[in-house]
Design a protein around this ligand. Structure first.
Ligand code: SAM
Length: 186
């Protein structure tokens, strides 16, 4: 339950970051890595000129198409993000908002580093928003924002018990650090 609510706060943080980016760049492409069955596009009111690339393993991508149907601006990408060639299916020249929401736990540090280097090398410019990303991995990535779920005003809307637990956790720098969403520009 607690994890679900924290996930919702992470969603809200990443949605807000995405909203700001797509508003500033109407020709955006959004690349949602390890998208699962999340449907950020429904929550973020993106301009009709934005294209979405939803990346996940083929079983998940197929399930998504069954659940959400097809959309001319949504491009499912069945790929393992640890691979190399899948990026060739995504245009490189448009501003890119790259999201990794709850993906990091699935990858080793070496895989994260290699993936981020490939992303930054592929796209001309953009932003990367990840939660749980332990540190900066590529010299081109400039930290633009750190948002800890623990410190968000949404915590005040939680039930008393949960609010109390999160407020206790705020005493721990480590807990604040661990629940950050990091946004980088490149
Ligand atoms: C915890 S879920 C998060 C789903 C979604 N982003 C969300 O926040 O609800 C992690 C997702 O990452 C996908 N994933 C994990 N490793 C992956 C990889 N190497 N390549 C592509 N997708 C991967 C999983 O299939 C799963 O759908």
């Amino acid at each position: 339950m607690r994890a679900k609510i924290v996930d919702k706060i992470v969603d809200k943080i990443v949605d807000d970051m995405t909203r700001r980016f797509v508003a500033a760049h109407p020709d955006t492409i959004v690349v949602d890595l390890g998208v699962g069955l999340d449907h950020r596009k429904h929550r973020v009111d993106a301009p009709s000129t934005a294209d979405w690339f939803d990346v996940d393993f083929s079983e998940i991508v197929e399930a998504r198409t069954e659940v959400f149907g097809e959309h001319p601006r949504v491009h499912p990408v069945d790929a393992d993000v640890r691979g190399v060639s899948w990026l060739d299916r995504i245009p490189a020249e448009r501003p890119a908002m790259i999201i990794g929401d709850s993906l990091v736990a699935w990858l080793s540090n070496g895989e994260i580093e290699a993936m981020l280097k490939r992303l930054v090398a592929h796209f001309h410019a953009g932003e990367i928003a990840f939660n749980d990303l332990p540190e900066r991995w590529d010299a081109r990535l400039k930290l633009a924002e750190e948002a800890s779920t623990m410190l968000r005003s949404e915590v005040d809307m939680l039930p008393l018990m949960m609010r109390t637990v999160i407020k206790m956790c705020r005493r721990s720098e480590k807990a604040i650090h661990k629940t950050r969403v990091l946004r980088y520009c490149f």
